[in-house]
Design a protein around this ligand. Structure first.
Ligand code: FES
Length: 154
């Protein structure tokens, strides 16, 4: 190997070894951008006091959240609050499917809960419409007070 070949191979080696560093640097820039934007949005939202009150109720969101989204999903408390588009009634459930525990989604158009894992469906009162689930969703007491939606989980 002559001097020119040696320098050529060394140059290719250095370029190849620095390629992962360049990729990592690019990825870090994207992550920083993605993580800074939601932080700016959360500052505008009201702080939720999630502590359980003496009467057993705890706040899971605001009435405004419920009216704008049609539902509130609180994964920390395992609570899904829905508002019926027809009657405007509010109901609260444990969103974990009674088949194998996937989180169900509220389908407001069809007025039912759909499980994404194996296709179980539950009506707006939590009863099974179609399986494989055989048991209804667990329901909770729910009420509104001031601007808050409160749920009694236990
Ligand atoms: Fe919901 Fe299986 S976990 S249908």
């Amino acid at each position: 190997m002559d001097r020119r070949q040696f320098l050529g191979w060394t140059g290719i080696g250095m370029l190849a070894s620095s390629f992962p560093l360049v990729l990592a640097a690019c990825n870090n820039d994207e992550e920083e951008t993605a993580t800074t934007e939601p932080a700016a949005n959360t500052e505008a939202e009201p702080e939720i006091d999630r502590s359980v009150r003496e009467d057993g109720f705890q706040a899971v969101g605001t009435i405004q959240d419920l009216e704008s989204e049609g539902r509130i999903l609180d994964k920390m408390a395992d609570v899904l609050v829905i508002q019926s588009p027809q009657s405007q009634e509010i109901a609260a459930f444990n969103p974990l499917c009674t088949h194998q525990g996937c989180t169900v989604a509220w389908n407001a158009e069809a007025t039912r809960f759909d499980c994404p894992c194996h296709g179980s469906q539950f009506d707006a009162s939590g009863e099974v419409v179609s399986g494989p689930a055989t048991k209804p969703l667990a329901s909770y007491e729910v009420k509104t007070e001031d601007d808050w939606v409160l749920v009694k989980v236990s």
